[in-house]
Design a protein around this ligand. Structure first.
Ligand SMILES: NC(=O)c1ccc[n+]([C@@H]2O[C@H](COP(=O)([O-])OP(=O)(O)OC[C@H]3O[C@@H](n4cnc5c(N)ncnc54)[C@H](O)[C@@H]3O)[C@@H](O)[C@H]2O)c1
Length: 393
């Protein structure tokens, strides 16, 4: 069982679950740290699309992976020693992460970093994706990516079915109620999920909103229908307002809430359409307003991470994610591919007392791409002799 193989940090995260039919137990450690680094490295370098950039990518990826893991590793190793320096310590904290349905996205990476820092993990999984996610978890399909820096496996205490587009059962149309992908689950509207979490655990400390959906994302804004636009806002922005509104009464003072946004909210990114850019702008504005309201009400901090491109399931569906990754490597101040762990580690920092004065902020985790005013790989700049990463030479 997990407790026998888990580190001190990991054991601190595991609590009794009152009524948890979906509880997922961890098995023994499958990979040591070195194996994990090799596996992550293989995953990064196997990406065919970066073939022309591979020498550059290689030199950066290995060092960035080292530094990523270093942050968590230092914490995991500290379990049998007194904590020194400035550790990210989330022992005794409980996190609910909305928007985890596989091991490729930011939600999963954030769950891992929070778990590595000692937090107990609950996840909310979109109802249509629930069955496959739970089956894959149960069958060990994610075991390799569940490995934490100390070699133990991330535990997910409970998976809650969730559709963040609906606040209460009264809001759910009959065709969805009758849909066979929904019929097997219950209590998946936002209000019901929060009530169930309250019954199961009483309270949470950390809320993460890592979900988005825009049915017309591939259409330019001027070709987006009213329904498509409103659906993007409902699934990608109001879902966060609703989650925080309902969770707030059971969030322990001093806790924090986080979401994921994208630079398309403030700069033009052709191809990120269907009202998704508008939804991210709303999310960022709501972050500030909710920081004020939740701060005054329950001393909860509210921040959003503006993340760089990641090859997640949702991003692949938009259709140009590989180009965005290439573009970032060519143009960002840091010429390396962003890893989900870098976003996960930032989330762990923001959730920790180390960030106790940070609220209402948009934190960029994008290798600095947001700071650029021009795309330096443009042929127009050919004769400008713009520096390339010196260390890759
Ligand atoms: N991947 C990127 O390049 C990138 C960049 C910046 C920001 N983000 C943001 O990161 C967040 C996570 O996305 P990701 O790219 O990691 O992809 P992902 O596919 O891992 O996550 C999106 C999740 O949203 C869930 N979801 C969709 N509709 C839902 C609903 N109605 N109720 C509940 N869950 C629902 C999906 O099942 C999925 O698990 C999103 O907010 C996304 O906009 C992603």
């Amino acid at each position: 069982m997990a407790a026998s193989t888990a580190s001190g940090l990991q054991m601190a995260a595991v609590r009794p679950c009152v009524s948890s039919p979906r509880r997922v137990f961890g098995a023994g450690a499958a990979f040591c740290n070195a194996d994990l680094r090799r596996a992550s490295w293989a995953k990064l370098t196997s990406a065919g699309h970066i073939s022309s950039l591979q020498p550059l990518q290689r030199s950066f990826s290995s060092s960035s992976l080292k530094s990523n893991n270093g942050v968590i590793k230092a914490m995991a190793e500290s379990s049998d020693k007194p904590l020194g320096g400035l550790p990210i310590d989330l022992k005794g904290k409980r996190a609910f992460i909305a928007g985890v349905a596989d091991d490729n996205g930011y939600g999963w990476a954030i769950a891992k970093s929070l778990a590595a820092a000692g937090a107990e993990i609950l996840v909310g999984t979109w109802v249509p994706a629930l069955n496959i996610f739970e089956t894959s978890l149960r069958r060990g399909k994610f075991d390799e990516s569940r490995v934490l820096p100390d070699g133990s496996l991330m535990e997910i205490t409970k998976v809650y079915p969730l559709d963040a587009v609906f606040d209460t059962l009264d809001d759910v149309p009959e065709d969805i109620k009758a849909n066979k992908r929904y019929a097997g689950s219950s209590n998946w509207t936002v209000k019901e999920v929060v009530e169930t979490v309250k019954q199961d655990f009483g309270s949470i400390d950390i809320l993460v909103h890592s979900l988005a959906n825009g049915p017309e994302v591939t259409k330019p804004l001027l070709e987006t229908s009213r329904n498509g636009y409103l659906a993007a806002i409902s699934a990608s922005s109001y879902s966060y307002v609703s989650l925080l509104k309902h969770f707030l009464p059971i969030m322990n003072p001093g806790g924090c809430s986080l979401s994921l946004t994208y630079i398309a909210s403030e700069r033009i990114i052709p191809g990120y359409g269907g009202g998704m850019s508008s939804a991210k702008a709303a999310l960022e504005s709501d972050t500030k307003v909710m920081a004020f309201e939740a701060g005054r009400k329950r001393r909860i901090r509210v921040n959003t991470i503006s993340a760089g491109p990641l090859r997640s399931r949702a991003a692949k569906a938009i259709g140009f994610i590989d180009m965005m990754i290439d573009y970032s490597i060519a143009n960002a101040p840091l010429q390396k591919e962003l890893s989900a762990e870098e976003v996960g580690n930032t989330a762990a920092f923001l959730a920790s007392p180390l960030a106790s004065a940070i609220t209402g902020a948009v934190i960029y985790v994008d290798n600095g791409l947001n700071a650029m005013g021009v795309g330096v790989d443009s042929p127009i700049f050919e004769n400008l002799n713009i520096p390339k990463d010196e260390l890759s030479k």
